[in-house]
Design a protein around this ligand. Structure first.
Ligand code: BES
Ligand code: MN
Ligand code: MN
Length: 463
């Protein structure tokens, strides 16, 4: 087995500078004013693919943001790894809560990352993690050769639901054929406890709009005589959970696959400290569905949360107004057995049922995706496990994450291959939040672990 550590150490400053260049591009997929930036990020990636001497490098156009593709096929007899990641990022607001410009990356030491962390939007999710895969290819090529075939498919719409990637995958099954899909877009337990993500939750994202009077009204003249849409919406939202924090939408839990007592026991043995969890996000008390631990609530149980609620007057000072409209964006995290399209229907039907006749209601669907669980008795998992052990001197723990990467379940359905989620982010890295960052050592160890994976996977594929 090759020792890549020296090469990574000698080249780390350049690796970081190259990542900085990518982080400087504000490729926010959700905002049309950043469309050109999103394209620039795709172009920069293609340049890196060319520099790595990948073949068939291409910016694949879609109805939305492009997909960047490149491959290195050495031999039909060797296994093929398909790398997936995303170069788009979340919006930065609230901008005033960032210590510095989110698109001017810098390194700062933190308690958890004493060697320094890279601060920028996308540092961890997912430019930093995705970029490790490009550098791993460089490491392997410069220190011998690639042990197997590789295909790269990096998209620019993960943060807005991957709708166009779905079509691309369906139309390019042959081009994307592979033996395993490798993704770094999740987290690990802690800096010294490596983990492999074996489950992701699904997602159903909805929006509700209530309309009462045909215009905003004087809240003195009309107050008490008109159903206030914000009051009504609050009451409706409140009724979506019962006193045990179970979701009250009829049929919501119908097909949920319950995890066995044995698996639950094992899951609760993973290193997790509830006080540290509370401290890390400033909580006074825990909360969630009765009968389940926080680890379980976060991974094997569904959840419903309001992501935003608005209407009426929210500027400085007071304005006496009884609003015409109230809005809420609501997401539901789903677990195996649940189908996001069916959940969309159940939600819509239920919201319509509980809307009083004093207001009118409109329910719209945003993006969604299926949950994913991966088996651990595969050569992909074994190869990943060995790779982590090489670098961290510890066997990784299998964990199920609460977040969603909707395209992963679709990969399994369309390409019939499993995905290995080798994530190196930490919960404290603040993805989607102000001051997102990524530990320099996580970045460098990630590059090494990924490189090792290629060799283990190729060897295990021979048996
Ligand atoms: N990388 C995240 C998903 C993630 C983060 C999974 C941490 C597990 C641990 C991804 O970029 C993301 O943010 N996904 C969205 C869904 C998407 C459709 C907007 C999410 O989970 O909210
Ligand atoms: Mn991501
Ligand atoms: Mn994300």
């Amino acid at each position: 087995m090759k020792n890549f550590k020296n090469y990574i150490e000698e080249n780390k400053n350049r690796f970081i500078n190259e990542l900085f260049e990518l982080l400087r591009i504000p490729s926010v997929s959700a905002k049309p004013e950043h469309d050109r930036d999103v394209r620039s990020a795709a172009e920069l990636l293609k340049k890196h693919f060319n520099k790595l001497d990948l073949d068939n490098c291409e910016i694949c156009e879609t109805k939305g943001h492009p997909i960047v593709y490149g491959e290195k096929i050495i031999s039909k007899d060797l296994p093929t790894i398909l790398v997936y990641g995303h170069y788009d990022v979340q919006p930065v607001d609230p901008l005033n809560l960032w210590d510095q410009d989110p698109f001017n990356p810098y390194i700062k030491k933190t308690e958890i990352h004493p060697e320094g962390a890279i601060f920028a939007r996308g540092a961890c999710d997912d430019k930093g993690q995705m970029f490790m895969h490009l550098k791993a290819i460089e490491v392997m090529l410069e220190n011998g050769d690639l042990p197997c075939n590789v295909k790269f498919m990096i998209e620019g719409e993960e943060e807005v639901g991957s709708d166009n990637l779905e079509l691309f995958v369906k139309e390019n099954k042959e081009k994307l054929s592979n033996d395993i899909i490798l993704v770094s877009d999740t987290g690990m337990i802690s800096k010294t406890i490596p983990s492999i993500t074996t489950g992701l939750r699904g997602l159903s994202y909805m929006e509700v709009e209530l309309t009462g009077p045909n215009r905003d009204l004087h809240s003195g003249h009309y107050g008490g005589t008109v159903a206030n849409p914000i009051n009504v919406l609050s009451k409706m939202i409140n009724s979506l959970h019962d006193s045990n924090n179970k979701i009250t939408i009829p049929g919501f839990y119908d097909n949920v696959i319950e995890v066995s007592e044995e698996d639950r026991k094992e899951m609760n043995l993973t290193p997790f400290n509830i006080d540290e969890f509370k401290d890390s996000i400033g909580l006074i008390a825990e909360h969630g569905e009765a009968g389940y631990s926080t680890i379980e609530r976060q991974s094997i149980r569904p959840a419903l949360d309001v992501n935003g609620i608005w209407g009426g007057y929210i500027e400085e000072g007071a304005k006496t107004v009884l609003p015409s409209k109230a809005f809420a964006k609501i997401s539901m995290r789903l677990v195996p057995g649940q189908n996001w399209k069916r959940i969309n229907e159940l939600f819509t039907k239920h919201i319509k049922n509980i809307t009083p006749k004093t207001v009118s209601v409109k329910v719209t669907e945003h993006h969604g995706g299926q949950p994913y669980v991966a088996p651990t008795d595969t050569i992909g998992f074994e190869a990943a496990s060995k790779a982590y052990e090489d670098v961290f001197s510890k066997k990784p723990i299998a964990t199920r994450d609460g977040g969603s990467i909707p395209i992963i379940a679709l990969f399994e359905q369309e390409l019939e291959s499993k995905t290995i989620l080798m994530g190196f982010g930490l919960d404290s890295d603040a993805i989607h939040s102000p001051n997102e960052h990524y530990g320099v050592s996580n970045f460098l160890q990630g590059i090494e672990t990924i490189s090792k994976f290629y060799y283990h996977f190729t060897n295990l594929s021979k048996d």
